[in-house]
Design a protein around this ligand. Sequence first.
Ligand code: GLU
Length: 311
Amino acid sequence: MDAPACTGRFAPSPTGPLHAGSLVAALGSWLDARARGGRWLVRIEDVDGPRCVPGAEAEILRQLAACGLQPDAPPWRQSGRGAAYAEALARLRAAGLAYDCGCTRRDVEVALAAAGHAHARDAERVYPGTCRGGLGGRAPRAVRLRTLRGGLPVVIGWTDRRLGPQRQDVTAEVGDLVLQRADGPWAYQLAVVVDDAAQGITDVVRGEDLADNTGRQILLQRDLGLSTPRYLHLPLVLGADGAKLSKQNGAAPLDLRDPVTALQAAARVLGLPRLEAAAPAVWLAAAVPAWAGMMRVPLNPANASSDATPR
Ligand code: GLU
């Protein structure tokens, strides 16, 4: 079988049911993949075990199905992917790009304060590099990525399909990011890069709150010799208080008694015109060419028919 022209994905963390904001990411990634005649996959990002809520995965899949968003393959779960992450980490270590760090959170705070770096609220805590030269006899607590290369910072540039040209000095703005904690858990950054490559993802379409992760993810892709997908970061749904709607701030789960209304609300956030239909499949079939037109994606003839059912 020929490789599909495009593979998109929706990668929810099973920390609760989908809400209006997460449906925007699911729908945007589905429409983009379908408009290009590509595949659409779902990946359950359950690397951070303690944050996962029992039953959330099944509920998310049920919500997607009620909206007509069916993945083209059984969902992957990051909890079963440890061997792939370990292999990637071993490659980074072998290349001298990953090192053990023995610092506690408090050690990092103290070192930053001593260096005169007050920690702004919501700002990244840029690791001061204490363990870059060795652990100094301390026990390892985490493995970090070396972002200072031959004494030089790493600056990554890319073009987001909605936000335009982007640039990040990963060394100054992010620092030596954690890849794995010593008590086991893998960092989202490593897991997402390894899985996007393993699943052949060509197009990452997700919420704008994740845009800031892109620079470090591209750096990891380059370090691991993986290709970089296209990136599209979508508008966020804001709550009444102006903050991003999230499971953590108690966003209401989607009301699936009327999935077309939920899809219409998500489409409005995406900037699509209002489309009327009695059933999700019919609504989705009309939304595919509307998305292709809006995003100037050449519509794949395979999707130009009214049949939007997954292949
Ligand atoms: N699992 C992440 C989340 O639910 C999304 C990661 C991604 O799309 O790259 O926020």
